[in-house]
Ligand binder design. Sequence first.
Ligand code: NDP
Ligand code: GDR
Length: 373
Amino acid sequence: MKKVALISGVTGQDGSYLAEWLLSKGYEVHGIKRRASLFNTDRVDHIYQDPHEVDPRFSLHYGDLTDSSNLTRIIKQVQPDEIYNLGAQSHVAVSFESPEYTADVDALGALRMLEAIRLLGLEEKTRFYQASTSELYGLVQESPQRETTPFYPRSPYAAAKLYAYWITVNYREAYGMYACNGILFNHESPRRGETFVTRKITRGLANIAQGLEDCLYMGNLDALRDWGHAKDYVRMQWLMLQQDEPEDFVIATGEQCSVRDFIRMSASEIGINLRFEGSGVDEKGIVESVTGNDAPGVKEGDVIVSVDPRYFRPAEVETLLGDPTKAKEKLGWVPEISVHEMCAEMVQHDLDEAKRHAFLKENGYDLPIKVER
Ligand code: NDP
Ligand code: GDR
């Protein structure tokens, strides 16, 4: 029997990789997309199947995690064997600016999904995966962080995800539902949103190398993260729903590097050597500058990265490092792509894109480059 999966957040980084993975496993896949004023399905367009031509194994439904009647209708119609709740306002810095909306989507969204399963009487049939996060550890109480490490959220995003984590545990315990949390550490890819730090770096430096941008404005370069590749991590999301008993798992590489290291790594992929000039506030409020050497798009001494305090967060998560031992031992999961390989893939992707833009510019079609300001 063909299994049926429903993914919220299917248009996001993880949703798109997970949909591909499930289709490769023979699933019928349904995704929830939000209504937007522009097309927002770029990451899944390549797997879309026109229902006029074939009976599709991949379908999209309009919906929103803030709308319980709509979620209930979709779940009733789809009758999924597995639900992956990946939809979220997922940007930590933005959550300080939109805390209430973030709570509505990220905390209550999970509750709405779980309640819909329960009210439709699908507790026995439908398995539920909740996209939990290393941000739960926030101000870390133990290092490395494992499933038993106490939580200490440091943002409205993390506080909302804390509720979602516990309501998932609660529905498992109260109603015997197969519901589990993947506590995933940062994972990236060429499909990562452009305002998350790794993609901002690879894209920004690629644009600079092609003469499309002058300087990349960054926040805290000393934050430490445990970065892995999204493709490795979605495999684990699926594995978690294939066990006899539902359990929560930490997914991480167990290796850490700083934002500064990631800038160095990306620059070296492009062929730019960097000099970190040290701190001191200038008249524009820039607290640190990084210059490049003579390299593509860069003259010796050009400032190509500036640390602008407006990208500092009201409360920062300085360091995260995961211990994926349980996932390795119980599920045989090991990450296959190293942070260096991932960085190289992201840089290559963004260089190709920057070259396309540069070509258009040279030929009189100057499309504006979108950057976070
Ligand atoms: P993205 O930001 O790339 O994707 C988020 C998805 O959620 C998008 O499809 C977005 O739709 C959708 N979405 C946002 N708001 C709503 C809403 N109100 N109703 C329905 N859908 C909504 O995130 P990732 O793919 O990186 O992450 C997936 C999940 O995993 C998220 O829950 C995130 O918090 C969590 N997570 C991510 C980690 C990471 O490092 N990537 C680590 C740990 C947890 P649209 O495309 O229209 O914006
Ligand atoms: P994070 O990812 O907050 O860990 O959340 P992000 O890439 O946004 O930041 C990582 C670290 O880099 C520092 N930083 C900057 N961050 C951004 N976005 N932009 C900058 O210019 C910048 N400069 C420095 C940040 O301060 C931070 O310390 C991600 C999201 O995917 C969440 O949804 C997920 O739950 C967690 O990872 C695990």
